[in-house]
Design a protein around this ligand. Structure first.
Ligand SMILES: Nc1ncnc2c1ncn2[C@@H]1O[C@H](COP(=O)(O)OP(=O)(O)OP(=O)(O)O)[C@@H](O)[C@H]1O
Ligand SMILES: [Mg+2]
Length: 287
């Protein structure tokens, strides 16, 4: 069973089909890359998988669990609950509360084991590097509100552990010296690494990186790819969006190519590189 699987995944924005019936599977332990021209739908794919966008149609499964639609899961495995769901929706709609969500919310997707970084860096600017990573760990913390309010021994112990672990993640990405700096004051390249550290702090099984090396020079790119391979060696599967063909060819075992929202090729780098449709998508348009 693949780690992550989408079937017929589709997202429409008004008349525009940003993602068009995409089937893909990411296998456990691989570095899987998604490439394609600007506007091909790559970031939209990430947003669908992460629960940020609701698909127009199609399915998403992670480790055999449904991410979208959750309703389908109930229908298949728990028929009585499906009836409850329909009834609950009728009541909610009568009260003007809107339908129940039928996909997992972003925090639930994170809790399942999917972490991601953003094409446009999203950090808490006025928090320190360390605090940003601690936020990532939050999804795994156990202390309850009353523990925090009462400063219970459990909450204090957990807070210490969270701090120590956050420091380890910073060390891992090479930023321990900047732990107390505001995120906004870090150089661009360090902010990218900090985002990766925060994603790792959620203890993911799958790490999705949206153009993590954008704007890097060749040397910075090479260093980042080393880091990505090191993350994989720790047992985390990598799903990478990257523009630089050379980087993608070197680092990934399998590649999927999107063009106008459609999957036009999939396979090992050598095969994809020589695929006529891929060559056309990349070169044909500028020619
Ligand atoms: N929230 C949105 N509302 C409307 N249209 C959107 C939205 N998000 C993306 N799109 C459109 O969907 C298409 C795919 O966009 P997407 O950002 O997924 O492309 P991409 O492959 O990540 O491109 P890039 O390489 O430039 O990052 C584009 O035409 C874009 O304008
Ligand atoms: Mg994008």
């Amino acid at each position: 069973m693949p780690l992550l699987e989408t079937r017929g995944l589709t997202k429409r924005f008004g008349g525009l089909v940003a993602v068009d019936g995409v089937d893909l599977s990411v296998e456990e332990g691989e570095i899987f890359a998604m490439i394609g021209p600007n506007g091909a739908g790559k970031t939209t794919m990430f947003n669908l998988i992460a629960g940020l966008y609701k698909p127009s149609s199609g399915t998403i499964r992670f480790r055999g669990k449904w991410v979208y639609p959750v309703r389908e899961y109930w229908r298949t495995y728990l028929p009585p609950l499906a009836g409850y769901y329909t009834m609950a929706n009728a009541v909610r709609q009568a009260l003007g509360a809107g339908r129940l969500p039928i996909g997992l919310r972003p925090h639930a997707v994170t809790a399942l084991g999917i972490a991601r970084t953003f094409q446009n860096i999203r950090l808490f600017s006025y928090m320190t590097a360390l605090e940003n990573v601690m936020v990532g760990e939050h999804v795994r913390m156990r202390a309850q509100v009353w523990d925090a309010l009462l400063r219970s021994p459990y909450a204090r112990k957990e807070e210490r552990q969270v701090r120590d672990r956050a420091m380890e993640f910073l060390r891992f990405v090479g930023l321990e010296r900047y732990a107390e700096q505001y995120a906004r004051n870090l150089p661009y390249g360090f902010q990218r690494r900090l985002e990766i550290a925060r994603a790792l702090a959620t203890q993911p099984t799958l790490l999705m990186l949206d153009e993590p090396a954008a704007g890097f020079n060749p040397q910075e790119k090479a260093q980042l790819m080393d880091l990505i391979q090191e993350i994989r060696r720790r047992g985390i599967t990598i799903f990478l969006i990257e523009h630089d063909m050379k980087v993608v060819m070197e680092v990934s075992e399998r590649i999927v190519v999107l063009d106008y929202g459609e999957k036009i090729a999939e396979g090992p780098p050598q095969k994809v590189r020589t695929d006529p449709r891929v060559i056309e998508a990349y070169l044909g348009k500028s020619a």
